[in-house]
Design a protein around this ligand. Structure first.
Ligand SMILES: [Mg+2]
Length: 397
């Protein structure tokens, strides 16, 4: 099989705001082959910066765009995906956003290979790594932003509880910005809205930077409301501060890692930061394989792997294949309040089963299908010219 086309698509809702809501726009990547099999992936990254990585003119041998690296290449096996990943990253050695941008293409390559062999991706990963190939259901935690006030947060939490969620994560918004009393009131409201018999997670949205003393004090204060973890109290690369925080033995576990844009960053936050939960976005770290390698490191180090997913169920599918076969990694970040765009990207989104759990799709490739008709209205066609030369022309969906 030969790769004949690599097409990024920029989709967005009409009005973009500063809310920490990553579903307002997105970058999908479609790869086509000469056998008629096509695959899709999604990046959690700046769409236009990423499109540049697909089409930028060559600067020298270390700045060669993703399309140039992939088109015309042979793709017949998972080994080819590893070989092509190496080639893309080598050719893009000096392109800062290469992993973010390539994530969508890498996921699409797995989708194609899964379809070619009629196997779900989790099974291909199990075969490659000689590990068990039985998928296990996950407890979905609804992932939402804090309300603007504790009262709004209580309402959001209550609605999630009434929708049947047994776990929910509240993040960003006013957390850390209006003083300790408000921070505690937000967490209390989340707990009261969800009820005592549920799990809640608190995402501080990197608000305390390197200030691990404040992060520690908040962890102690939040412990009364028994959150499963305190997520990203510190900046993504504040590894020393994470280490200092965790050496103080906070009363609730610390989670981080969604900012990892390389395997090495994830390794750093696990090994040197010492976090108890590592959260990986397959749409940022370079795709499925580097995510799977972090999963394996987490297994070795006794750290719990969790997906980071704040995009569509296309991203959710990619994320879930990575750790579906580990029964101990039992929590799944489940986008529950994304934009209309993010909810329309796939035809048959994941459902929460009657037992409250979510299962990986047992279908070839990712197991989800992009709804071309539904996303068409959100397509923002991109055309890039340098002088009179067209560098990028949007393909049709
Ligand atoms: Mg987060």
């Amino acid at each position: 099989m030969k790769i004949i086309a690599v097409d990024p698509f920029y989709l967005r809702i009409p009005k973009i705001t500063t809310a920490a809501d990553g579903t307002q726009d997105t970058l999908l990547v479609r790869i086509r082959t000469d056998e008629g099999i096509e695959g899709w992936g999604e990046c959690d990254a700046s769409p236009l910066v990423s499109i540049a990585v697909y089409c930028c003119p060559m600067s020298h041998g270390n700045i060669i765009n993703i399309r140039t690296s992939l088109i015309g290449e042979t793709l017949n096996s998972p080994d080819d995906i590893l070989r092509l990943s190496e080639k893309v990253l080598r050719n893009g050695l000096d392109i800062q956003q290469i992993q973010h941008a390539f994530s969508g293409a890498e996921i699409a390559l797995w989708d194609i290979i899964g379809k070619k062999f009629g196997k779900p991706i989790y099974r291909l990963l199990a075969e490659m790594s000689n590990t068990p190939n039985t998928p296990h259901p996950k407890l979905p935690y609804a992932s939402v932003l804090f309300g603007d006030t504790p009262e709004n947060t209580r309402q959001v939490a209550k609605e999630l509880h009434d929708r049947g969620y047994h776990a929910a994560k509240f993040g960003w918004g006013p957390m850390g910005k209006l003083g300790e009393d408000n921070d505690i009131a937000l967490v209390r409201a989340a707990r009261e809205g969800m009820g005592a018999d549920t799990q809640i997670m608190i995402d501080a949205g990197v608000v305390w930077g390197t200030d691990y003393e404040t992060a520690f004090r908040r962890a102690e204060a939040f412990a009364d409301y028994t959150p499963t973890w305190l997520e990203e109290p510190l900046a993504p690369d504040a590894i020393d501060a994470y280490s200092s925080l965790i050496s103080k033995n906070p009363s609730i576990p610390i989670a981080a890692g969604e900012g990892s844009s390389t395997y090495r960053m994830a390794e750093d936050i696990i090994v040197n930061g010492g976090v108890q939960f590592v959260q990986i976005d397959a749409g940022r770290i370079g795709g499925i394989m580097p995510s799977f390698q972090v999963r394996q490191l987490a297994e070795q180090r006794g750290v719990q792997y969790v997906n980071h997913t704040f995009k569509s169920h296309l991203s959710l599918a990619a994320s879930l294949h990575v750790f579906a076969t580990n029964p101990d990694f039992d929590l799944l970040e489940f986008p529950a309040a994304g934009s209309e765009l993010s909810q329309r990207i796939v035809k048959d989104p994941f459902q929460v089963d009657a037992d409250g759990l979510v299962r990986v799709m047992d279908l070839p490739g990712l197991g989800v299908e992009v709804d071309i008709e539904a996303i068409h209205p959100y397509l923002a066609p991109v055309h890039i010219e340098i002088g009179t030369e067209t560098v990028f022309e949007q393909s049709s969906l």
